[in-house]
Design a protein around this ligand. Structure first.
Ligand SMILES: CSC[C@@H](O)[C@@H](O)C(=O)COP(=O)(O)O
Length: 351
């Protein structure tokens, strides 16, 4: 399926609003980086690499539409845009990675004092981030597909496909690559409550692609594993620490525990831009989202409560899986195996 969920069109950012999938395919556009920030915060755009690409285009919009006459004024405006975009979602590192990369580029380009050169250079840089993400996904797809055998039944969680990236997918990219190689696989997608990225987005992508898929509720994983109906787990990551701990969509941790208990290989797939060499476990921020996500159906046009509206809820959007539960981490630079504190450093070229 060729979907490029976020696009740059002559000074506008255009994106598909994933909150409305599968009911409607609504494309939106803006020239304002603040609108991009809102789209990330409200999860019109979601998935770690997609958030990074959108943030990069947000910075490009801030530059492109600036009326600054000198580079110092332009840099001040860009610093403000970076700060607004950084306040949207705290867990996925790709957001901060992309913002830092755009900021570094702005500083480098501003040395010559040419405002137009900074503006053009930042649009180019955002387009490079988008292009590289697709290339990286395709590389991970090829590498990860080697782990998949003909006939495998693969469990995946959340949405890690074209809609979560610049256009191919991380874990779903691996599944897509195996399918494109002609392997007769089947996918089991968890619903992924509360926002139902699995039921809404992953199933939408798999059906469009013609990859055999079954949807299950999040509560069915243990039963299916106990009946030996799942051969492997492939899912994504929002932030991978050098220790091998990784944050991903809420529910990942319990799948990892079940996989470990039932001896089902458990892989996470992520570009090296998702590896955070700076943070430790204590510094990891788990986003808490609006309680209504848990209390209501994930239908954006109407608030339908599935519980008593005044009940109190917990709504952490991510959890952390420890390295001892992870069989391997697939990146575009190869597969990291335990001990991760050595293999991930090697993959990042840290010696
Ligand atoms: C390629 S996407 C990897 C992760 O970003 C994905 O698994 C996930 O947790 C997305 O969470 P979301 O809250 O939908 O942004």
């Amino acid at each position: 399926m060729k979907i490029i969920p976020i696009q740059w069109k002559e000074g506008r950012m255009v994106w598909i609003d994933t909150r409305f999938i599968p009911w409607e395919e609504i494309w939106r556009e803006t020239t304002d980086y603040k609108r991009v920030a809102k789209a990330i915060k409200d999860m019109e755009i979601r998935g770690a690499p997609a958030i990074g690409v959108a943030a990069a285009f947000g910075m490009a919009l801030a530059a492109y539409h600036s009326t600054a006459k000198d580079v110092d004024t332009l840099l001040k405006e860009l610093e403000e845009a970076k700060s607004v975009l950084a306040k949207t979602r705290p867990t996925a590192v790709n957001l901060f990675w992309a913002l830092d990369r755009m900021w570094e580029k702005a500083l480098e380009l501003s040395q010559k004092g040419d405002v137009e050169a900074v503006k053009e250079g930042l649009v180019e840089e955002a387009l490079s981030i988008q292009r590289e993400d697709i290339e990286t996904n395709m590389k991970m797809g090829k590498i990860g597909a080697q782990l998949i055998e003909d006939g495998d039944v693969i469990l995946t969680h959340c949405n890690t496909g074209a809609l979560a990236t610049a256009g191919y997918g991380t874990a779903l990219g691996v599944i897509r690559a195996a399918w494109e190689e002609g392997k007769k696989i089947q996918v089991i997608a968890t619903e992924t409550r509360p926002v139902a990225q699995g039921a809404r987005l992953t199933v939408w992508e798999l059906v469009k692609e013609g990859i055999p898929a079954r949807l299950i509720s999040d509560t069915m994983v243990g039963y299916l594993m106990s009946k030996k109906k799942i051969d492997k787990v492939f899912l994504g990551a929002d932030r991978i620490l050098l220790s091998g701990h990784f944050a991903n969509k809420i529910g990942t941790y319990q799948i990892a525990i079940l996989a470990h208990y039932h001896k089902v290989p458990f892989y996470t797939v992520a570009p090296t831009s998702t590896i955070d060499p700076k943070r430790t476990l204590d510094e990891l921020i788990i986003e808490e989202r609006n309680p209504d996500e848990v209390k209501c159906c994930p239908y954006p046009k109407e608030k339908i409560y599935i519980t008593v509206p005044e009940v109190e809820v917990y709504n952490p959007a991510f959890d952390v899986t420890p390295p001892e539960l992870v069989t391997g981490i697939v990146t575009e630079k190869g597969i990291a195996y335990p001990p991760y504190w050595i293999s991930l450093r090697k993959i990042l070229g840290m010696g």
